[in-house]
Write a protein that binds this ligand. Structure first.
Ligand SMILES: [Zn+2]
Length: 242
């Protein structure tokens, strides 16, 4: 049971014929009255009942449990080795745990581990850490916070490790929370503010840790689910628009 992005967008357009609606396929914002034509002409005759149940993105949430698992596993193995008088064996196990954790952290860091975002009319669920962990947010009444994703990098052209790193903006995030669970989605394209009304959206701090990185068309599908649940509002078209 997924959601129907085209049907949701067209329904939104029918209800608010003077508003702007983000295209659920390409994220371009079009006048509500022109959405149906845009979908037909630009994206072909995809069935309106076409369902999207799952989005895929780069798993960034996995890093935190991996650091915990690697650190605790390493220490616990050494302690066990000493307690059982089998230091050598457990030193090997400790090294294997640390190596595996570091390998997976590296893989996750470079986008080699994907997580799944499951969409349903009432919830969005993140399945991460190779499907072992999950987090589910109820969409009705969800709060939305947006802001910049930053990373710390050595200044361009510098090979000196002692140079202080600078904070650079690498994208934007959309943080969706229902009060008990939160998922932070990162993306590279234009801010959500360009597609939806400011009403109800909070500006958050800069963040370097996010849970999952989506491409913009995938994010817009999620945004239509949030709009259908009342968490996002359409933008009004400027008065003088043709
Ligand atoms: Zn489009």
């Amino acid at each position: 049971m997924g959601i129907r992005p085209r049907a949701l967008a067209l329904e939104a357009a029918r209800r608010a014929p003077t508003a702007l609606v983000p295209c659920p396929e390409c994220a371009v914002v079009v006048g509500a009255a022109k959405l149906a034509r845009h979908l037909d002409e630009v994206h072909g005759a995809t069935d309106e009942t076409h369902e999207v149940a799952e989005l895929r993105g780069d798993d960034r949430a996995f890093v935190v449990p991996l650091v915990g698992f690697g650190g605790l596993g390493f220490v616990a193995s050494f302690a066990l080795g000493i307690a059982l008088d089998r230091e050598r064996l457990f030193a090997g196990i400790a090294a294997a745990i640390l190596g595996t954790s570091l390998g997976l952290i590296g893989l996750a860091w470079f986008g080699g581990i994907r997580s799944r975002v499951l969409l349903a009319p009432e919830t969005v669920e993140l399945r991460y850490a190779l499907g072992v962990l999950q987090r589910r947010v109820r969409l009705a009444g969800a709060t939305i916070e947006i802001g910049s994703v930053t990373a710390s990098r050595a200044p361009a052209g510098s090979n000196d490790v002692n140079v202080p790193h600078e904070e650079v903006r690498v994208g934007s995030y959309v943080r969706v929370s229902d009060g008990s669970a939160t998922i932070t989605f990162a993306h590279r394209g234009a801010s959500l503010r360009k597609r939806w009304s400011d009403r109800g959206i909070r500006s958050g701090p800069k963040r370097s840790h996010v849970d999952v990185r989506l491409d913009t068309p995938a994010l817009v599908v999620l945004e239509h689910a949030l709009h259908a649940a009342g968490a996002l509002q359409l933008r009004e078209a400027p008065r003088d628009a043709s």
